[in-house]
Design a protein around this ligand. Sequence first.
Ligand SMILES: Cc1ncc(COP(=O)(O)O)c(C=O)c1O
Length: 448
Amino acid sequence: MFEQPKTSYLYYQTAMTRSFVDSAQGVYIWDNSGKKFLDGSSGAVICNLGHGDKRILEAINKQAESTFFTYRTQFENEPAHKLAELLVNSSANPYLNKVFYVSGGSEAVESAMKLARQYYYSRQEGRHMFISRSPGYHGATMGALSVTSYAPLENPFRPMMRPQPRIPAPYCYRCAYNLTYPGCELACAWALEKCILDYGQQNIIAFICEPITGASAGALVPPKDYYAIIRDICTRYDILLILDEVMTGYGRTGKLFAYEHWDLQADIIALSKGMSSGYFPLGATVAREDIVETVMQAGGFPHGHTNAGSPMSCAVGLRVLEIMLEEKLPENAMKMGKILGKGLKDLAGKYAFIGDVRGIGLLWALELVADSKTKETFEPRLEVGQLLTDLAYELGLIIYPRRCVNGRQGDHILIAPPLIINKDEIAELLGLLDETLNRAYARITYKT
Ligand SMILES: Cc1ncc(COP(=O)(O)O)c(C=O)c1O
């Protein structure tokens, strides 16, 4: 058994270490001591297809027999074309029909932002601002970070980034206006119009958001009429709508893409995570043809990443999407999500420190509060989300903690298992979570 080395030559975000992985299959992962874990968060909400799918291994072997890598300016490759075709044809927005490959979520967002800027630059317009939502997460690279609202990730780099305008996320549990839906008349959506007017329409390139805010605030599903207002404002003021579907895409929310919940038409979408489900680094932006054409006619898109669109990454992406469609995994996510959601709500009835349960499909969050009446957050130093995550880990359950009040305070955990999960495995997940909450209950003080 490979032991934790006395000297590690690696470093991550923090000094925390975890056990060594041995193998993974379906919704389970085993460490090298033989301990079994139920992957309740699909890693970082990426392993939508589950672990160890032999069909992906076959696709990798088949592709490996011909070519792993060729560079896109030197050779075209068949998997890249086939994947783009299947992606466009299986989307509910087939007018989004121009695919640009990258290798991850931050690169996808970065590319979407640069394409959007390049579009207006090609039209000789000097627009240079993106409006985004707070809280929100769009990635770790500087462009994506400039539209991210999660204080601990942004703060050290603020002086290096151009400030970009923000509007409040549709966070009904902690409404920025202290209003309640529907009486609020969706003030948080109308904030976009005010923001455009404040900063000047001639300066704004696009509004970028996650259709359902994922990690940063925990599965915020906007009310049903929210996106009709957003779409209308973007159209009226001629600014682009960029949807970051890096986490929500590929079946995670019970539809192939989350925008389908609102029949929403974006101008550019950013994809990654479930797109290759962790079997190979892959991401993409998919844009309206006329946007790409405008840029091409003005001289091209001066942007790209070396590994993008390689034969192997696209062969993996193609097989993942084929399996996802054949096995109707978005539908399974919706069906299992209803069972999971009900189970989580039952747990909230049992543990008063669960202030809110929210989500859709297989993207759920529990928000934890020190006082369920006032919604007071736990003191950040108590690290309640991390405590729960560690207790769950001891029990063999993986969950994903974050701070919901702009990363500064508030605790929530994400529950987002692979989309192949079945009823028995959901029951097992809920049982392990119940025991986790029970152990946490004895360790934390809260008011009911
Ligand atoms: C919505 C969203 N956008 C972008 C990213 C960045 O993706 P990556 O970590 O692959 O760069 C993430 C990652 O969690 C995400 O959730």
